[in-house]
Design a protein around this ligand. Structure first.
Ligand code: ZN
Length: 289
């Protein structure tokens, strides 16, 4: 990615603060077109602001635009909604950050975006990964469900904001079972293929290569895997409930990596000495934007 970024930024003037290495690290998972888009967007942003050089901030803001959509102007959340979104996003972040294999969180925002999100949690993978272990996938599931878990735990009510998380969690659990052979009950068998309904929701026109009985077993297993991780996300957050409340109270529109590090440090030193959490929480400020 660094090389791709270098190519795309060749024709524009970069400010002295620009660190392409950092941008490359932050954009793990982005393809060439995303990066071209990002650089383009950053250049436009600089022009809009009346500058002839592109700064690091232009690049970072544009990265968020590329992955989450632009900030939706005039979309102001009501106090209740703001609270709900704040709890939801911090729920994701805490579950991920307090888990051994969880990705470090660099930023949490509760600003509505044009792609439809009302807030998001930005993770920064420490290194490029080509394989995922079962444990890592379960961690991913747990973080995905951490938002809804936080709603339920703190608001005594739930909202529609978790629909995309639930969809992604379901798809991930389905893949673990039907493709990666990670369910003892269903064994080392591929169910369905890339073109049929296993990955695209149920399409009755295609013929599954497994029985009705197996189909029901897959559904049951998906529910079990997802709900197990959801319950874990709940109990994680229950353990740190009071600190969790404080965290969301300090939520402005954005919490940056430094604040997150401080909060996690606080959590770790005050309440988790004998707890089940892992020690490898990432406090490193090197992830800060
Ligand atoms: Zn969410």
């Amino acid at each position: 990615r660094l090389d791709t970024l270098k190519v795309h930024t060749k024709k524009i003037r970069l400010g002295e603060d620009v660190d392409l290495q950092k941008i490359a690290q932050a954009t793990a998972g982005c393809v060439g077109a995303d990066l071209a888009n990002l650089v383009n967007e950053a250049a436009l942003r600089a022009v809009r602001m009346g500058r002839s050089v592109v700064t690091q901030d232009d690049l970072l803001q544009s990265f968020e635009t590329v992955i989450a959509g632009a900030v939706k102007k005039n979309a102001v959340l009501g106090e209740m909604e703001k609270r709900m979104v704040a709890y939801h996003e911090v729920g994701h972040a805490l579950v991920s950050a307090l888990t051994k294999d969880g990705m470090p969180v660099t930023k949490i925002t509760i600003v509505p975006r044009t792609e439809g999100s009302l807030g998001y949690t930005l993770y920064l993978p420490e290194e490029e990964k080509f394989l995922s272990t079962k444990e890592e996938l379960l961690t991913q599931l747990r973080s995905l469900l951490g938002g809804r878990a936080a709603e339920q735990l703190t608001q005594d009510d739930i909202c529609t904001g978790a629909s995309n998380d639930i969809q992604r969690a379901t798809e991930l659990a389905r893949k673990m079972i039907t493709k990666f052979g990670m369910s003892e009950r269903l064994g080392l068998v591929t169910y369905g293929n890339d073109n049929n309904e296993v990955f695209l929701g149920r399409d009755f026109s295609s013929t599954p290569n497994y029985s009705e009985k197996t189909s029901a077993a897959i559904d049951e297993e998906i529910e079990k895997i997802v709900m197990t991780q959801y319950n874990k996300a709940i109990s994680f957050q229950e353990e740190i409930h009071s600190i969790f409340q404080k965290t969301t109270q300090i939520t402005a529109n954005t919490i940056t990596a430094i604040t997150i590090s401080l909060i996690l440090f606080f959590i770790k030193t005050t309440s988790l000495s004998n707890s089940s959490f892992s020690n490898s929480v990432c406090f490193s400020p090197k992830h800060s934007f």
